[in-house]
Design a protein around this ligand. Structure first.
Ligand code: CA
Length: 225
């Protein structure tokens, strides 16, 4: 899950941006002034920082400068109400990766964030792999043998969970609890149905099957010879 820090003092903007990113599967931290923002930016790890320019305590320019001293490669997008060319130039030369003028649509910010993240070196933990099955958590994409997989949200979460627990026998109870967040009801076939769908997408076209059933117990994801 990519982590993002939002440094924004306008509560309305902060909360709609936070909500938007949460819905897109980001882990979001929020700071409402430059001092807290700088503290979080230099003591935690973020994939990206969305930084407002006009902030109480310490303005965005100075936060950015200070962040750059500690984290030269930290991706940062600046937000500002000042739509002047000189500010745009100043933002980019001060080391921001991109710049967005208020007011903006969340979809625009999201597109820019994705774009900047694509250029940033992906952290190893954001790629999950087994055989020729790949999951790119940052881009929210999965593929097998280089072919993209079209997964529903539950199938995506299920596959991520299986890939994080390679070779482990996962009971229906555990999958129901940890992927669906529900108490497993012995009569429910929600897990089996989702596994069947996932299998169709992942294994049907391949010689080498990756999802295996342990009858009466559960499932295991592994590459067998
Ligand atoms: Ca502001």
């Amino acid at each position: 899950m990519p982590r993002i820090l939002i440094v924004e003092d306008e509560q309305k903007i902060a909360s709609f941006v936070r909500q938007g990113f949460s819905q897109e599967g980001f882990a979001v931290d929020l700071a409402s002034d430059g001092i807290d923002g700088l503290h979080l930016a230099t003591t935690s790890e973020y994939d990206l920082i969305v930084l407002d320019v006009m902030l109480p305590g310490r303005d965005g320019w100075s936060v950015l400068q200070e962040v750059r001293k500690h984290r030269p490669d930290q991706p940062v997008i600046l937000l500002t109400a000042l739509d002047a060319v000189s500010h745009r130039v100043k933002g980019l030369t001060a080391g921001a990766d991109d710049y967005l003028v208020k007011p903006f649509a969340f979809s625009e910010l999201l597109a820019r964030v994705r774009n900047v993240l694509r250029r940033a070196p992906a952290r190893a933990m954001e790629m999950l792999r087994l055989d020729d099955l790949e999951m790119d958590l940052l881009r929210h994409k999965a593929s097998r043998g280089g072919k993209p997989l079209d997964l529903a949200p539950q199938e995506y979460r299920l596959l991520e969970f299986l890939l994080r627990h390679l070779g482990e026998v996962l009971t229906r109870t555990r999958l129901a609890e940890q992927v669906w967040g529900m108490n497993f009801d012995g009569d429910s076939n929600v897990v089996d149905v989702a596994i069947r769908r996932l299998r169709r997408k992942i294994d049907d076209a391949s010689e080498r099957k990756l999802i295996h059933t342990l009858r009466g117990v559960g499932y295991v994801l592994e590459a067998r010879d």
